[in-house]
Each structure stands twice: as structure tokens, then as C-alpha cells.
Design a protein around this ligand. Structure first.
Ligand code: NAD
Length: 495
């Protein structure tokens, strides 16, 4: 059964407007009519899912395999329609939508399906001498009913990748897609009940009001992807029920460019990561810290690479995306005006939600653009004297979701890795680590808590239950009271 809470009267634009960063938390009531939305279905849905979980419906490996197959099948059979919805919602090129969103989620479901039995198998571990004879093992146990709250920038992958993990771990799931990407939300709400077990997997659409109501329910895990302001709201709501959370947040991911770097390759890889989805990627390079020796050369190379990628007029390029909505466009224009000199780009067209790929120089560290996550196609390039200054610059800000080092100087590279903290590090690359299911994906400090992808998704959505099993044929009495000097001596030997 699907719950569709977005009322007919709400235009996509209105819905989208409501969830710019500030608006998301400020707007009370969400997608409601003047009388307020009817939210009673939300508690009912969660109660029904709990009933299914308690009855054991999601526990068997066969059920999990079937659901993961169905998820992959849904994404395969409807890939064009889904990519089209993402393209229309987010404004990213169709091919990019198909690759990053649809193929990404399908890959996650397929891999989990394939490795499910291996990744969930009980693990035998050693038993200490005092507990022998005995067997020790760790069981991977489902948590129960999981809530997944997804954002708009990759509205399929960031919704279904965690859903696949939750199913693989044997949980019942509620997915709350982002109301900002309204077409994709509606499509997922329509497709999921056709393919998945509706007693155990549900979509609840809506905005602030629906999510607030959802958060009032008791879940066994909440997996939230989005901005840190709402992350705090989620964590507070979860605390009421002592529900564990995974918070996949954002931040300012720096690129540190060493004088030893390959300029041409570095520029390509920095800008590929920066302008993918028009910069609306949680791990997009937020700003560049370039060593003084190569600063000018890097700027020229970055400029040349932008022209190489998107031509003289990126607004005409089919490879260049758009800003999600007017509110975010205005937010980015405010950041652009907050400080610095435009070295390249800077053009904007709000009606088309276009902002050119833009390089900025001379940006003061206290300008809003250096304080807030940019999440758009503006790239400040800051000159630093050396690695120590770069490290100090990064450490003066909250811990980022990703940190990128470009160069071949091992000493500098290792110093950066040892003296900074970030969700992840990539060397001579940006963004790509997200696609490796071997690597746990998640933040640290203000960029989030917890991680997922591949087997790490199973860990996130499971309880690792330790089990000790002992036979009764051997039961030496020396561990039991009353203590005698002889027993104490014996115990000290086995301890
Ligand atoms: P968004 O506006 O779609 O919000 C995310 C979710 O929060 C939505 O489902 C929305 O309905 C819900 N929400 C909004 N207001 C709420 C409220 N008051 N109470 C409860 N729920 C509410 O997306 P966003 O926050 O604009 O996403 C962009 C941010 O997310 C950036 O900071 C980005 O770095 C981060 N992000 C992180 C990752 C990651 O994997 N770490 C991925 C993508 C985006």
C-alpha cells in the first residue's frame, strides 16, 4: 500500500521552494492544505510494518533475496521513466541521471543480493579459556522497522541504496523520498508497491508535516540523508525512543593541490567532481587550496578545462546541469556575492536555474561562501603557502565529508591524512570513492555519523548479536562461591 500525502493542489515549484536549506526547517506544516494534512495513515502504516516484522515476515534470507531481486527488476524495467523523472526534477543530464541514480541503486541491490548469505552468515569466534568448553559466535540480527529519509540531489540512489541495505539486513522499511524531487517521489510511490512486498516495504510521501509525524513514531533505526540542520531535528526525535541514527550529512570538502601534482589530470578530476550534478553533490569539492608555486598555473588549467568540458557557453551544453529550484539559485547567488573576485564564469539566469561553472579568487576566509557548504557550481580557489597552512585552513572548519589531495609528494600526503579528519580521503581523485562498495561511505563530526554501502550497509541495519553456547557435561565448581584459598589460586591461573 502506498501513502500519497502530497495534495493535488501543490505545484512542484511550491513544494520545491519550501525545501531550500533554510526553508526546510522554517516552514511549518509541510505539504498540507489550509486545514492541515491528514496524518493518521502514517502511524497506521508504521504499526502495520511492525506487525509484519514481529511476525517474522522479513527475516528469511529467501524473502530478502526476492525483495532485492524485485528492487533490481523495478529499476531495470522502469529505468527510462525513472531517469526521466530525475532529469526533470533535478535538471541533471539524462545520461547522468541514468548512471548515477538508476544504475547506482540497481548495482547496490544486485551486489547485496549476490553476497547476502556470505555477509549475514553467523561468524564463529574464539572462546576464552575460562568459558571452555564452549562455542562463541556473532549473529547478524535485523533491527526491526527502519525509516529512510532521502534528499533530492540523487533522489533514487540515496533513497533506494539504503532501502536495499535495510532489506538485505532483514528489516521492514518506510521510505520517505524528498518532496523537492516531487516527480521522482511520486514515481517511487507508484512503482514500489507494484514490485515489493507492501506489508513490509512502504513509501510515505510528503514534506515537513509528514516527516515530523513519521519522526514521532518509534523506529529501530533512522537513516537520514540531507543537511545538518534537519539532521539535528532527526536526532532529537530519535532520542525520544533511543533509536539509533545514521546521519549522512554534508559540509565543505576541500581539495588540497600540491605543487607536485599533475596539473592537467588534477584540473580534469577536480572539475569533473565539482560540476557533476551542477555541484549539488555532498562530496563535491567545495573549495581548492592551491600551493602558491602552482596557483596561477592551476587557475589557467581549470579555466581551460571548463571550456574543454562545456564549451564557451555552458548554458548550451547538454552535459551541464541546473540548480534544483529558485530558492537554491538565490542561495547560491548570495554566496557568490559574499566575497571574492570572479576569475571565470559568474553568469546566471534564474528563469533557467542556470549558474555558470565559476572560479573565484581572493575569497576571504570569513565570507559566507567560505563558511557555508556551497552545494553548487561555485569554486573558490585559495592560495596557501604550504601544506601546514592548508591543514590549518581545513582544521579551522568543521570536519568535511571528503578531503581530496592532488600531488605525488608522499610526505605531504601522509601529513594531510594524519593531521586532518574527514569522512573519507581520495588522492588524485574526487567523488569516485562513493561508488566503491568496499569503502564505507559516511561522515565524521558535522559531516555525519555512521556509514553504508556494500557489506557496511548490512552492518548499519543490523545488530551484531554475540552468542556464547556451553555444554553442561563439564562444570568445575571452583568458580562458584564460597571462595576458598585453593579456588582463588586456581582462578588466578585461568584468568
Ligand atoms: P532535502 O531538502 O530533500 O531534505 C532532506 C530530507 O529531509 C527530505 O526528505 C525532507 O523532506 C526532509 N525534511 C526537510 N525538512 C524537514 C523537517 N523540518 N523535519 C524533518 N524532515 C525534514 O535535501 P537537502 O537537505 O537540501 O539535501 C542537501 C544536503 O544534504 C546537503 O547538505 C548535502 O551535502 C547533504 N547530502 C548528503 C549526502 C550524503 O550521503 N552524506 C548525500 C546527499 C546530500
Amino acid at each position: 500500500m502506498t501513502e500519497i500525502a502530497i495534495t493535488q493542489g501543490d505545484s512542484t515549484q511550491e513544494l520545491a521552494y519550501r525545501s531550500g536549506y533554510a526553508g526546510a526547517s522554517e516552514e511549518p506544516g509541510g505539504v498540507s492544505s489550509a486545514a492541515g494534512p491528514d496524518l493518521a495513515h502514517i502511524g497506521r502504516s508504521v504499526a502495520e510494518l511492525r506487525k509484519s516484522f514481529d511476525a517474522g515476515a522479513t527475516r528469511s534470507l529467501e524473502w530478502r533475496e526476492h525483495e532485492l531481486d524485485q528492487l533490481a527488476r523495478m529499476l531495470r524495467e522502469n529505468r527510462k521513466e525513472i531517469a526521466q523523472a530525475v532529469h526533470e526534477d533535478v535538471g541533471k543530464p539524462l545520461a547522468e541521471a541514468a548512471m548515477s541514480d538508476v544504475a547506482g541503486a540497481r548495482g547496490a541491490a544486485t551486489e547485496l543480493r549476490k553476497k547476502l548469505r556470505k555477509w549475514t552468515a553467523p561468524k564463529r569466534v574464539k572462546t576464552p579459556i575460562f568459558a571452555r568448553p564452549g562455542k562463541s559466535m556473532i549473529l547478524t540480527e535485523p533491527l526491526g522497522v527502519v525509516l529512510v529519509i532521502a534528499p533530492w540531489n540523487f533522489p533514487v540512489d540515496l533513497a533506494l541504496n539504503p532501502v536495499a541495505g535495510a532489506i538485505a539486513a532483514g528489516n521492514a522499511v518506510v521510505l520517505k523520498p524528498s518532496e523537492v524531487s516531487a516527480r521522482t517521489s511520486e514515481l517511487l510511490a507508484r512503482l514500489i508497491p507494484k514490485y515489493m512486498d507492501a506489508d513490509c516495504v512502504r513509501v510515505i510521501e510528503g514534506g515537513v508535516a509528514e516527516t515530523t509525524e513519521l519522526l514521532a513514531q518509534r523506529f529501530d533505526h533512522i537513516f537520514y540523508t540531507g543537511n545538518g540542520t534537519i539532521g539535528r531535528v532527526v536526532m532529537q526525535a530519535a532520542a525520544k525512543h533511543l533509536t539509533p541514527v545514521t546521519l549522512e550529512l554534508g559540509g565543505k570538502s576541500p581539495c588540497i593541490i600540491d605543487a607536485s601534482c599533475n596539473l592537467e589530470v588534477s584540473a580534469r578530476r577536480i572539475l569533473w567532481g565539482k560540476f557533476f550534478n551542477c555541484g549539488q553533490v555532498c562530496i563535491a569539492p567545495d573549495y581548492v587550496l592551491a600551493q602558491a608555486d602552482i596557483y596561477e598555473a592551476l587557475l589557467e588549467q581549470l579555466k581551460a578545462t571548463i571550456v574543454e568540458f562545456f564549451g564557451d557557453d555552458p548554458q548550451q551544453s547538454v552535459d551541464y546541469g541546473r540548480i534544483i529550484n529558485a530558492r537554491h539559485h538565490q542561495r547560491l547567488m548570495r554566496l557568490l556575492a559574499s566575497g571574492g573576485t570572479v576569475f571565470w564564469g559568474g553568469q546566471a539566469d534564474e528563469a533557467d536555474r542556470y549558474i555558470a561553472p565559476t572560479l573565484l579568487t581572493d575569497v576571504p576566509g570569513d565570507a559566507a561562501i567560505m563558511q557555508e557548504e556551497i552545494f553548487g557550481p561555485l569554486l573558490p580557489v585559495v592560495k596557501v603557502a604550504d601544506v601546514d597552512e592548508a591543514i590549518a585552513y581545513v582544521n579551522a572548519r568543521p570536519k568535511p565529508l571528503a578531503l581530496y589531495y592532488f600531488g605525488s609528494d608522499r610526505e605531504n600526503r601522509d601529513a594531510i591524512m594524519a593531521r586532518t579528519s574527514s569522512g573519507a580521503v581520495a588522492v588524485n581523485q574526487t567523488v569516485m570513492h562513493f561508488a566503491s562498495s568496499e569503502l564505507p561511505f559516511g561522515g565524521v563530526g558535522e559531516s555525519g555519523m555512521g556509514a553504508y554501502h556494500g557489506r557496511h550497509s548490512i552492518d548499519t541495519f543490523s545488530h551484531k548479536k554475540p552468542v556464547l553456547m556451553r555444554p553442561t557435561f563439564f562444570d568445575p565448581k571452583f568458580i562458584y562461591p564460597p571462595t576458598t584459598p585453593r579456588k582463588a589460586k586456581l582462578m588466578s591461573r585461568v584468568g
